[in-house]
Ligand binder design. Sequence first.
Ligand SMILES: Cc1ncc(COP(=O)(O)O)c(C=O)c1O
Length: 390
Amino acid sequence: MKIQNERMSDLSMSGGLYEIFQQALIMERDGRKVVHMEIGKPDYDSPQIAKEAVINSLNDGFVHYTAMAGIQELREAILEKEQKANCIVADPNSEIIVTAGACEALMAFMLAVLDPGDEILIPSPYFSAYDDIAKIQGVVIKEVPLKFENAFELQAADLEKYVTSKTKALLVNTPHNPTGAVIGKEELLKIAEFAKKYDLVVISDETYDQFLFEGEHVSLYTLPGMKERTVVINSTSKTFSMTGWRVGYAIGPKEIIRYMNKVHQNMSTCATSFVQVGAVSAFQNGKSFTEKMVDTFRERRDLVIEGLSQIKGMEYQVPHGAFYIFPKISDIGLSSTEFCQRALEETGVALVPGNAFGENGEGFIRLAYACSNEEIKDAMALLKRFVEEL
Ligand SMILES: Cc1ncc(COP(=O)(O)O)c(C=O)c1O
């Protein structure tokens, strides 16, 4: 009996992150102290006001299917946030859907827009779900290398080398996981010209739009001629530290959103009813919660940089957004997997090997600084000693 289809055989069933996380949990169970710098989630509780809204909603019996695209109040609250934060203007009735996290929006996009065999350009290293979602559907990823010397900022000129007659879409992620890079407006304008030249549909993953430490976040959607070809995806996961609530969204041209909604209807029908009510409250009342959290992450970013600057052989680019840094370890003489395994065993600091983020990640490691200042200081001191003793 063959229990998996051909496409599944292309999927990697273990990832560098998952393996390190499992190993870290076993070490903790055995009484070892571990600093978790492998996981990409804010270490905050969700806003209390959002929790209360959910409790009230449950008590009011708001427990049935909702409109497939999400409740009207939530679509409007999301668009208000997007208009204020990113100058995105869209019709709440036809140009937005609420999904189970940004991941469902990504899956719905690929199913609705791409056919098996179509190619999508993805800057690499990348958030590993892109690869899995593409492979599940038989979509072919073309990895466009992000270069250390460009501070990992995607360059439009590099995209030209990877476009073929089968290229149908381009994915852009800014602020970026795993490097923390933020693409400047000047480069985004060139990327927009490239997308128009080759008539590509663009998916703009703006999950970390609020995690910006300096400069500005510009949405490709707002650049001239891009609204008709761009789908923005985002969620409450990072913005309000609501990763487990599973509320995300996609904003795009109504012809695409209509088909994404069809996919979404058959995958999940609608996002969870009472959770949507909590998300309305987060969008309406959570701005200062997010701002305080991001201030803390800026401080942590600075602590990580201070620590890394004292470790010889570990070069890095200063991240301007998200909550990751992607130092280069290739000069140290270990593969990224060996480095992370040994660092975990010998120091208790859990990190992710860069090769978990695509073929261009080898020679790097990802540190997520979603932990306390004390933990960061300890981790940096431990890593310094570890590298010195290698
Ligand atoms: C770049 C990027 N996009 C999307 C997601 C998925 O977020 P969600 O929890 O909304 O599905 C993540 C989560 O880590 C991410 O890093």
